[in-house]
Design a protein around this ligand. Structure first.
Ligand SMILES: *Cc1c(COP(=O)(O)O)cnc(C)c1O
Length: 367
């Protein structure tokens, strides 16, 4: 069947036909028409967080991780000390890239089935005055835990520490308001909840810290301050822009706004999530997380206890019915993940559950 499979993953995601069609054109990077698209995307992104007064936004070529790495390299002085709040795989990635950027890093460990604790952070900052920046993953896509952004931001403000937020899998779906939540940098990307295609990230940087960022990055390509200055001066990207990705994001943002912005997107994803949970429970699947801390972005399920189960054949069987699942990212137990995000609705989720039921039958795993 010559039809795209539906992606139940944390990115790339299923996109609309309109978004895909926006890529059928070539753009010159020096051209005023393309610069206008970039400017429009940047203005829209700032509006999503109500950040026009407090922040600038700097787009960067590459996948989301490139922008996290760039944010650390640009924001943190070379003699800075970063505290990473760690409750999963993406936190560990942030800690590793911080270390590779040559910054001193301390990891504060939390259970991967629990949110990180602002109280524990508060105590840690009280005992260690050398910390300059805190890194928080808003939605830990590894297990799907939603971390307490507001409480962590308040503690960082009280201690006068910089906060760098990886909001990759939450931006656009969960509310983030720069007027009430203080952060020095917040990072997201084109191919997640805005439902663009992958290929660029963007970093919101607080205007008050922007000047201090000059010359801090040890990398040319990852220097967000340099990228910002060049873009302000010329309206252009410093190096070859991902033109098709930018125009697709522009088109995706137009649809995001037409749908009703962040609240509408959250409502649709929540509907997807609830449909998935009900359907999977009917098939006997148990979620890994306590529902109270579960984000409506991605769900980790325990694998079937059947001795014949293995993810690869389960994945292939569900794929044959038109849906792509995602492997689990937990170290200790056998799980798999199902994303609730992308240009899909509750009917797609019902069909996804049906595909899982058929796959269990195909594999002789059905109860
Ligand atoms: C998707 C994601 C990233 C970026 O991953 P890439 O593979 O580089 O796009 C970073 N952090 C979180 C929490 C994510 O969900």
């Amino acid at each position: 069947m010559d039809r795209d499979k539906i992606l139940l993953t944390p990115g790339p995601l299923t996109t609309t036909l309109r978004t895909k069609l926006a890529m059928l054109k070539d753009w010159g990077s020096w051209d005023a028409d393309f610069n206008a698209v970039t400017a429009s995307v940047r203005a829209s992104l700032l509006s999503i967080i109500h950040g026009h007064d407090s922040h600038v936004v700097v787009p960067l070529q590459g996948s989301g991780t490139f922008s996290v790495e760039a944010a650390v390299a640009t924001l943190v002085p070379r003699d800075g000390h970063v505290l990473v709040l760690d409750n999963g795989a993406y936190c560990k990635r942030a800690a590793r890239l911080t270390q590779l950027m040559g910054r001193r890093v301390t990891v504060l460990d939390f259970d991967e089935a629990q949110p990180v604790s602002a109280t524990v952070l508060d105590a840690h900052l009280t005992t260690d005055a050398s910390i300059t920046h805190v890194v928080l993953i808003h939605c830990e896509t590894g297990a799907g835990v939603l971390n307490p952004l507001q409480a962590v931001a308040d503690v960082c403000t009280a201690h006068g520490k910089g906060l760098i937020v990886d909001a990759m899998s939450s931006f656009g779906a969960l509310e983030i308001d720069a007027r009430s939540t203080r952060f020095d940098a917040l990072i997201a990307a084109s191919g997640k909840c805005l439902e663009g295609v992958p290929g660029m990230g963007f970093v919101f940087i607080r205007k008050a810290v922007l000047d201090h960022c000059a010359g801090q990055s040890q990398s040319l390509a990852m220097d967000l301050h340099d990228q910002y200055m060049y873009m302000e001066k010329t309206g252009q990207w410093r190096f070859t822009p991902p033109t098709h990705v930018v125009v697709a994001l522009h088109e995706a943002i137009a649809q995001f706004e037409a749908e009703g912005g962040q609240p509408a997107r959250l409502a649709r994803y929540t509907h997807n999530f609830e449909t998935l949970m009900v359907g999977m429970a009917r098939l006997g699947f148990k979620p890994f997380l306590d529902p109270a801390i579960q984000s409506p972005i991605i769900v980790t399920f325990h694998a079937p206890a059947h001795p014949k189960y293995e993810f690869k054949s389960f994945y292939a069987a569900v794929r044959a019915h038109g849906f792509l699942l995602y492997p689990g990212k937990l170290t200790q137990i056998e799980t798999f993940r199902v994303g609730c995000i992308g240009a899909i609705g509750p009917h797609d989720m019902e069909q996804a559950v049906h595909a899982v039921a058929l796959a269990l039958q195909d594999l002789g795993l059905a109860a």
